[in-house]
Design a binder for this molecule. Sequence first.
Ligand code: ATP
Ligand code: MG
Length: 383
Amino acid sequence: MTRVLGIIGGGQLGMMLTEAAKKMPEHISDVIVLDPTKNCPAAKVGAKQIVADFSDKQAIVELSLQTDIITYEIESGNADVLQSIKNTIPINPDPETLRIIQDKFLQKKFLRENNIPVTDFDLVASISDIEDKVTSFGYPVMLKLRRDAYDGRGNYLIKNHDQIKDGYDKFAGKPIMVEKNVNFIKEISVIAARNTKGEIATYPTVENIHEENILRMTIAPARISKHASEEAEQIAKKVMEVFHGAGVFGIEMFVTKDDRVLINEIAPRVHNSGHHTLQSSSTSQFEQHLRAILGINLGRTDLLHYTVMCNILGPKDQSGKYKSASIEQTDGVYLKWYQKDEVKPLRKMGHVNVIDIHDTHDIEGLISKAEEIQRSAKFTMEE
Ligand code: ATP
Ligand code: MG
């Protein structure tokens, strides 16, 4: 049986899902994405597109009428609308899972209730609430918007008493929470999958380097202890057991000085830190996600070669339509370009996977090569 796949969101993740779908014609006959940007990346690689906002009820219903199965590549879809149509079409991951994950407080509460390790946290609604939490957690505390945050824009680190009011004012009127600051030594993630039959698979733990709250580099495998790495995979498996619905999830975690692993947050979708799997694994995270939601046996997840993924971001001083982009490419370097029409400062324009083709296991060497490639990226703007 072949099915028409609907995806909410047609950015680079939707694009790579579409590319994976095109390689499975025996299962998927067509892909339709819903995205507000005309000619979005997924449309450029052959998906049909409904041009509409992610939360547009009518458009989501339209998508459901034109497709046989729905998934999403963004967290900001309208969980209520998806909930209301889930009796008419399979939607994975389950909209209820999306509803919990969309709200960082509900997400952490759910994890804590399921005995999955997270830092201390609580709801706050006033300056005196924050003061109370500072007394019990100690400085610094992380003030977070509960919903619709990305690239760290919904976070404010309160380091002293003066910053309590600043943080509170920054998010004025919006639902917020506080978290005890985690004194981490590494940020890591595990890409995990669960198919509709309940089969679970995890990819090896990777290390993530952020700058200015944006993921710059993913190092596979993570440079952490065997204990922490295994612990992270166990935690990821548990996450997949407690959340309903099938699909690939990106599970972001911290490793502390005393080698404990805590969850930072979960993305119920394919994840930037899983892009290395396009070359480092026999099953990419994108194919794995489709296998998971279609109820096909999951593919292998072992790391075939050490790999460093680095994002190619828009330069800080360039904005608008560009004529061309040049990126240094040598042996073992695989570029994926997202075909976005315009470059913007720090916008994710593409990524490269630097593969350890000779299996020398020289991670530092791969990192230097990736940094060099990042520095080499040049955009020529349209006149
Ligand atoms: P993204 O879109 O990049 O995933 P986000 O806006 O959803 O990010 P978070 O993932 O919650 O935000 O936080 C961004 C970064 O802030 C984390 O990667 C981590 O470096 C830091 N951070 C978040 N929470 C804490 C915490 N409780 N203690 C210490 N650092 C934290
Ligand atoms: Mg995050």
